[in-house]
Ligand binder design. Structure first.
Ligand SMILES: Nc1ncnc2c1ncn2[C@@H]1O[C@H](COP(=O)(O)OP(=O)(O)OP(=O)(O)O)[C@@H](O)[C@H]1O
Ligand SMILES: [Mg+2]
Length: 406
């Protein structure tokens, strides 16, 4: 299977036209979200710069936006941790709501934690235009968003799950169904593991979970592989002048499942995964997890300028690689979808020298992306000139900075 075989990706896009991605944020409303008791922020489609002292609430705002993408946001926080703590007590609910302008006009996205009524665990609510939606995956159909946060400086050094999530966020922009497939795959994986743990000999149920894992798992791998391959090709094809001063990244997505996909048709890969799972039940029961599947594959990144694996590059070089990848993704998504994704870039400018800061501003402006950038020092964003919307964040309040204030 290739991306172009799936609805909305290639020539067979559904009638009625464009998918409603990427989109940009026009209004953001926060309620009891971390340091924000209540906030309303109206912004235009151009880059947004958030400056303010340490602890002012800059990252919190980006984190709030990141809840408009499938997943647990850019800090991977547990739902209750995000609720505003005030005078020693945590709020019992929180909400992030946004007005998003996309190819199909405006849409209201809302999410948050609903207060538990029966003492059970808190629940994540997801609403589109006020109506409950079928899970967070629905957001990926309305807005495309990708981020870089300081803790991702170690992305190439740590385990594969962070890299898979990074790739998945890039895939959502091209294929919003990807988020739903991942949810289904993970649910089937948990279901199978539970049956194995219980020693349930009921192979009918096991086979059903494995069937779901095989079909969704291969689709997940195919989408990751396709997007990473296209990204790598796009980076290679770009003239050096465009990518400089950011390093040229080489990207592959690798694993057993990807090898199967390279070797033959997707249906055959599904059969192989189904057979491997069925044959590995005893071993997976012992291990407490499935030892085969797309969750074992990984993004492999190389710095071509240094001819060095990403993990062996310096901290600054790895950061520059990540920026290069995110910019290439935004560029490719812009070419494919006609608009760049929303970029959340937390503390990115502070780590760049002046030449790279200028290049970053230039690239963001030429992409036409609504990038949200944070930094303690306004002067880090001078390269945007008057093309960015600058806000001062201070103790749960966000105020526009006019051209002539210091
Ligand atoms: N659940 C919560 N309730 C209330 N306040 C919180 C909660 N979680 C975090 N905070 C506070 O929010 C404040 C702002 O945090 P944030 O990370 O957004 O700061 P920042 O502006 O990004 O600072 P820095 O420049 O240091 O990165 C911090 O003082 C933090 O303690
Ligand atoms: Mg911060």
């Amino acid at each position: 299977m290739t991306l172009d075989d799936r609805p909305g990706i290639g020539a067979d896009a559904p009638k009625g036209g464009e998918l409603r991605v990427p989109g940009h944020v026009a209004r953001l409303d926060l309620t009891n979200f971390r340091s924000y008791a209540a906030l309303r922020l109206d912004v235009g489609p151009s880059p947004v710069v958030l400056t303010g002292a340490n602890g002012a609430g800059k990252t919190n705002l980006l984190e709030a936006l990141s809840f408009l993408a499938p997943g647990r946001g850019l800090r991977r926080a547990a739902l209750p941790d995000v609720a505003r703590v005030h005078a020693g007590a945590a709020a019992t609910s929180w909400a992030v709501a946004a007005q998003v302008e996309g190819a199909d006009g405006a849409v209201a996205l809302g999410t948050g934690m609903e207060a538990s009524t029966n003492g059970g665990p808190a629940r994540r609510a997801v609403r589109i235009d006020g109506e409950p939606a079928r899970g967070q995956a629905a957001f990926a159909e309305r807005i495309s968003m990708i981020w870089l946060a300081p803790d991702m400086d170690r992305l190439f050094m740590e385990g594969g799950s962070g890299r898979r999530r990074f790739v998945d966020r890039m895939v959502y922009g091209f294929d919003p169904e990807h988020a739903r497939r991942i949810a289904v795959y993970e649910q089937a994986t948990r279901g199978r593991q539970k049956l194995l743990r219980e020693g349930s000999g009921d192979s009918v149920w096991l086979a059903a979970e494995e069937e779901t894992m095989a079909t969704t798992g291969i689709a997940i791998s195919a989408a990751r592989r396709e997007v990473v391959t296209r990204l790598d090709a796009a980076i290679t094809a770009e003239a050096d002048a465009r990518t400089r001063p950011f390093p040229r990244a080489g990207l592959t997505f690798e694993g057993a499942v990807e090898t199967w996909l390279a070797d033959g048709p997707a249906l055959e890969a599904e059969d192989r995964l189904r057979d491997t799972l069925a044959a590995g039940r005893a071993r997976d029961a012992d291990a407490g997890r499935a030892l085969h599947g797309p969750h074992r594959s990984d993004l492999v990144a190389h710095n071509h300028d240094k001819d060095m694996a990403a993990a062996l590059c310096s901290t600054g070089e790895q950061k520059a690689l990540l920026i290069a990848i995110v910019l290439a993704h935004a560029h490719l998504l812009g070419l494919t979808r006609g608009a760049a994704p929303v970029l959340l870039l937390d503390e990115v400018a502070a780590h760049l020298d002046q030449e790279r800061r200028a290049a970053l501003a230039e690239r963001i402006l030429s992409l036409g992306a609504q990038a949200w950038l944070t930094g303690t020092d306004r002067h880090l964003f001078e390269a945007f000139g008057s093309d960015a919307q600058i806000f001062e964040v201070n103790a749960g309040a966000v105020a526009p900075v006019t051209g002539d204030s210091p």
